[in-house]
Design a protein around this ligand. Structure first.
Ligand code: ADP
Ligand code: MG
Length: 240
């Protein structure tokens, strides 16, 4: 009987890798490219928000993520940092120019905002990351010339994105990352057909990150369309 453990419950102790709840992760702990860490430091962002410190490690690990967190909780950076990290890491060995990330947003205003955030966080690696924003303000000719350089990141509404993919102006053959920001709003703008077309046009296995303020039936539809086994983060108001 001496071989029996005295305390069977000992085997159910928490994994040692789990950080104590009181010790919050820092941006440095996320293992990001030093140039991104430098840009974060310049913003005086002390520590990642809840959605950032939960979603970023999963996304860096290559998993699909659907995160629900309230407005103002820092969802933009939660997807921009893993997307930038993935591009910078790949470029260490492969400098071919191709569009690796497509960020879909419901409105032109949001496309402008996301573009500015990317500019801010690529301050120290601007020559390594080209970003193009497709909006209806840009003429077809200008859009064609912008996309002919195979920008690393394209930000667009679903309608413009599909139009560009369908006309072979935007090449998504080598896409690795897809983001749907404000996923709960994107279908309310009537983009369902465009999104279905885009989902069929992009390579299988593209990593999907979806951000939303609410989890609705529409968000579930998009999850089924774009995600494989996503980690669903349903973050409470009080935690955000
Ligand atoms: P959401 O998309 O969830 O509504 P945003 O990504 O627009 O939120 O971020 C809201 C605000 O919080 C922005 O002004 C952004 O600069 C700021 N912010 C984001 N992350 C942090 C952080 N880690 N520390 C401090 N401020 C942050
Ligand atoms: Mg947002």
């Amino acid at each position: 009987d001496s071989e029996q453990p005295d305390q069977p419950s000992e085997q159910q102790q928490p994994e040692p890798t789990q950080a104590p709840a009181t010790k919050e992760a820092t941006f440095t702990d996320l293992g990001l490219d030093p140039r991104l860490v430098q840009a974060i430091a310049k913003q005086n962002f002390e520590k990642p928000t809840l959605v950032q410190r939960t979603a970023i490690p999963l996304a860096l690990d290559g998993q699909d993520v659907l995160a629900k967190a309230k407005t103002g909780s820092g969802k933009t950076l939660a997807y921009i940092l893993p997307v930038l990290q993935s591009i910078l890491k790949r470029k260490q060995t492969d400098t071919t120019a191709y569009t690796a990330a497509l960020i879909l947003v419901p409105t032109r205003e949001l496309a402008d905002q996301v573009f500015k955030v990317i500019e801010t966080f690529t301050a120290f690696c601007a020559k390594d990351v080209q970003t193009v924003k497709l909006t209806d303000k840009v003429s077809d000719a200008v859009q064609r010339s912008l996309l002919s350089n195979n920008p690393d990141i394209v930000i667009s509404t679903p309608a413009r994105a599909w139009q560009s993919i369908n006309s072979s102006t935007l090449v998504v053959d080598k896409l690795t990352n897809l983001v749907l920001d404000e996923a709960d709003l994107v279908l309310s703008y009537g983009y369902d057909e465009d999104l279905e077309n885009i989902s069929r046009a992009i390579p299988k296995g593209v990593q999907a990150i979806m951000m939303s303020a609410t989890l609705t039936a529409e968000v579930d539809t998009l999850k089924a369309l774009f995600c494989r086994n996503p980690k669903v983060l349903n973050l409470e108001e009080k935690d955000a």
